[in-house]
Design a protein around this ligand. Structure first.
Ligand code: URA
Length: 437
């Protein structure tokens, strides 16, 4: 099978067989298929798309390109959640403990942040002593003992995805539904969970800018999950503004604790309840979404989810005393207000721009070798739809240097540029836009 013939077949809209897809992925991983041919193939997929069967076969080929995690040593239906990438998205820190408190094992591998989006592992490393690297034995033992463990990606999971994603990034082929769907689902399948809830972000801060595109991606991923025998559901949620108020690692951990204490932002709480409830239904611990939401709210209100969070932090070596005194988290040396240049309503907050501003302060990485400052970031004062006076604080900036420093000033300008102030109140849309099962 020559690669040129497979590119030709896809370019002309043909359907590739499972064996042909396997040949492409194996050949690319081995280095027999050069980047230029793989780029041409990815572009052919971009324009011609893939059938659901092709997409499922591509997903399996990528999932099996490296190590796969076998969670069979952990009894029960293991649940996982994946977000397609957001700003201020600290949901894993909240729904992991909720779901574990419901008796559902969560053995989760998470990533680090890159670009304008943050990563759960960086957030957890804001907690003094917290270890994100465990041996497989420690990982399984912890899940069996307390129901929850979150570690950084270890081993050689989905090497084909790493190589192909890097290539897509520089060949304008990222925004292809079958390529995104297979990339996301291959990682989830390789990580071993039985029940998968996907949080597909839509809006200015997301890959998918419209609800229609997001629904298409959600359907493709749910179809793959179902095809390979994993219970899968997708929630389409708004990313037209950051989730919650805090953007930045320690600041987000503090907001996650507040949410577990029942004092969190409304939007963040709502999304966590929604996602945790779907995980509960898929894992068979509730008959329907209404019963699941009731259970999730009870676990929050009773303090059971917060107690599980403390247990989880302590089990991974973290100092859980910070829960009672958030000043034990890393604190930025300089905190100042970002003031509104005009009066009116907050019409929009460009989540991607705000994420970039936080990254410029040091909260994120421009390249994967950058180090991050856990203390810095942005805490919004106002959200879309709120009224604002000229000179009122839109947000508070937590920085490592004073406002007069050029790098901090540039980040502040970027932050202010993320806000649109309008004379009339904007039309608000719900946070959860649709659910695909
Ligand atoms: N996230 C992924 O993991 N893969 C993609 O292709 C896009 C977003």
């Amino acid at each position: 099978m020559r690669m040129v013939d497979l590119i030709h077949k896809k370019r002309n809209g043909g359907e590739l067989t499972a064996a042909e897809i396997q040949t492409i992925i194996d050949g690319y991983c081995r280095g027999d298929i050069p980047d230029y041919q793989m780029s041409a193939w990815a572009m052919a997929v971009y324009f011609q798309g893939m059938t659901p069967v092709e997409t499922a076969n591509l997903t399996l080929a990528i999932a099996e390109s490296g190590d796969t995690v076998d969670l069979s040593q952990i009894p029960g239906v293991k649940a996982d959640k994946h977000s397609t990438g957001g700003v201020g998205d600290k949901t894993t820190l909240i729904l992991g403990p909720i779901v574990a408190a419901a008796g559902i094992p969560v053995a989760k591998m998470s990533g680090r942040g890159l670009g304008h989006t943050g990563g759960t592992i960086d957030k957890l490393e804001s907690i003094a002593g917290f270890r994100t690297e465990l041996t497989q034995e420690q990982f399984f033992r912890q899940v069996n003992e307390i129901g929850l463990a979150v570690i950084g990606q270890s081993g050689n999971l989905t090497p084909a995805d790493k190589k192909l994603y890097a290539l897509r990034d520089v060949t304008a082929t990222v925004e292809s539904i079958p390529l995104i769907a297979s990339s996301v689902m291959s990682k989830k399948i390789a990580a071993g969970a039985d029940a998968i809830v996907l949080d597909v972000k839509t809006g200015s801060g997301a890959f998918m800018k419209t609800v229609e595109q997001s629904e298409e991606l959600a359907h493709a991923m749910v179809e793959i999950g179902t095809e390979v025998g994993r219970n899968t559901a997708a929630v389409i949620s708004d990313m037209d503004q950051p989730l919650g108020f805090a953007v930045g690692n320690a600041l987000e951990v503090a907001e996650a604790v507040a949410t577990l204490q029942g004092k969190g932002p409304e939007d963040l709480t709502e999304l966590c309840v929604e996602l945790a409830a779907h995980m509960t239904v898929l894992a068979g611990k509730a008959a329907d979404i209404y019963e699941a939401k009731k259970l999730v709210r009870e676990l929050l209100a009773s303090g059971a989810a917060l107690a599980k969070f403390r247990q989880f932090v302590a089990a991974q070596g973290g100092d859980d005393a910070f829960v009672d005194d958030l000043r034990r988290l890393p604190q930025a040396e300089y905190v100042f207000a970002a003031k509104s240049p005009a009066e009116g309503y907050i019409g929009a907050i460009d989540a991607e721009e705000l994420g970039i501003a936080a990254m410029m302060l040091g909260a994120g990485r421009a390249t994967k070798d950058d180090t991050i400052d856990h203390a810095v970031g942005i805490v919004l004062n106002l959200k879309v739809g709120d009224r604002v006076a000229a000179g009122e604080a839109l947000a508070r900036v937590h920085a490592a240097a004073p406002e007069s420093e050029p790098a901090v000033r540039q980040a502040l300008e970027r932050l202010l540029g993320a806000f649109t102030i309008t004379p009339e109140p904007p039309k608000l849309r719900p946070l959860v836009l649709s659910v695909v099962t």
